[in-house]
Design a protein around this ligand. Sequence first.
Ligand SMILES: *[C@@H]1O[C@H](CO)[C@@H](O)[C@H](O)[C@H]1NC(C)=O
Ligand SMILES: *[C@@H]1O[C@H](CO)[C@@H](O)[C@H](O)[C@H]1NC(C)=O
Length: 400
Amino acid sequence: MSAFSLFSLVILLHAHFTSSVRLLMQTPASTRWSSMKNTTEPSRTEPCRTGNPTDDCWRCDPDWETNRKMLADCAIGFGRNAIGGRDGEFYVVTDANDDPKNPSPGTLRHAVIQYEPLWIIFDHDMVINLKEELIMNSYKTIDGRGSYIELSHGPCITIQNVTNIIIHGIYIHDCVPAGNAIVRDRPDHYGPRSISDGDGISIFAGRDIWVDHCTLANCKDGLIDAVYGSTAITISNNYMFHHNEVMLLGHNDDFLADKKMQVTIAFNYFGEGLVQRMPRCRHGYFHIVNNVYTGWKMYAIGGSANPTINSQGNVFIAADDISTKEVTKRENPLGYDDWKAWNWRSDGDLMLNGAFFKPSGQDSPGSYARASSMVARPASLLTDIIPSAGILNCKIGQQC
Ligand SMILES: *[C@@H]1O[C@H](CO)[C@@H](O)[C@H](O)[C@H]1NC(C)=O
Ligand SMILES: *[C@@H]1O[C@H](CO)[C@@H](O)[C@H](O)[C@H]1NC(C)=O
């Protein structure tokens, strides 16, 4: 799936922007790269440093497999302090089965509930269909590099009341609710869980969380939702497609603990078939930087309850439909007098095919200090390099 975004972005590199939009919509993914570049192995011939700070930190290393934990020092943005399982042992998942109450050693659930820090890897390709939500304990990395790991057609990941989680390189799709069941969340504790939302990744009262290079699609609720006082989160380099309510950041308008929330959304590729909430924000501080958006069906960035939105260096490509050119949407405001003071700015974004961002509030950099987490690269970087969002096809002994 990472290949799809790669192909799409290559079009931006080579074509004029307005015509690129049509190409993105109409050309089958498999034909794009070869028609533009006459090769199916783009990454081998390109320099490994691309200007993407996270990727440049580790992807040039052919020994990435030996040095897996280097990744933990490559985080950017508000979630950069998430160390995951860096200071712990490796845990190798060998078994794709799932027993929510008494998980067997070797399963993903057995790995994520442990108390000690663990860097969780997989010994072969796996499709994991969980029976109940996967309730994670603190200080865990789930690292799918080197295998094809799919979490699908069941409940997916719950990050609740915990810290220091890294999720990297897994394909999460068709997540559905479950619940009214007994689920183990610690080695020495299980308990009843009510119906889960059906999110891809649900973050509830979590902090120091980093979701990087995942592919996410078609879940029942959000692809990644963060609520209930969650903060210090980075969502980077992901490829998302075919989904309605993509990302909810903030519990509800009356939940004031979300005023401290800080989230970085960086270098993601918002692909085909996405409708709204990329993200939908409440109360806190949101740095939305160096992402590519293609053809949202309703809006891209929205919110309520006075969130601060700092949009920098993104590429927004509107769909052809004249009614969906606006990037922004204020949800349920009391009117202009209410939202005119909300700090929402677009700084250095590239607006294509008629896309426009309706700013409000202050434009001084100082007003965005708490919504600034990294230096934005010029949006032209996203069109000049060959970014690769989503899961990567990492081979042992080769640059990834
Ligand atoms: C790719 O390049 C090779 C050698 O230059 C050429 O023979 C081939 O026809 C090209 N293929 C396409 C699809 O352009
Ligand atoms: C998280 O904390 C809330 C209370 O704030 C509690 O209801 C919930 O069960 C906790 N979840 C887990 C997985 O411990």
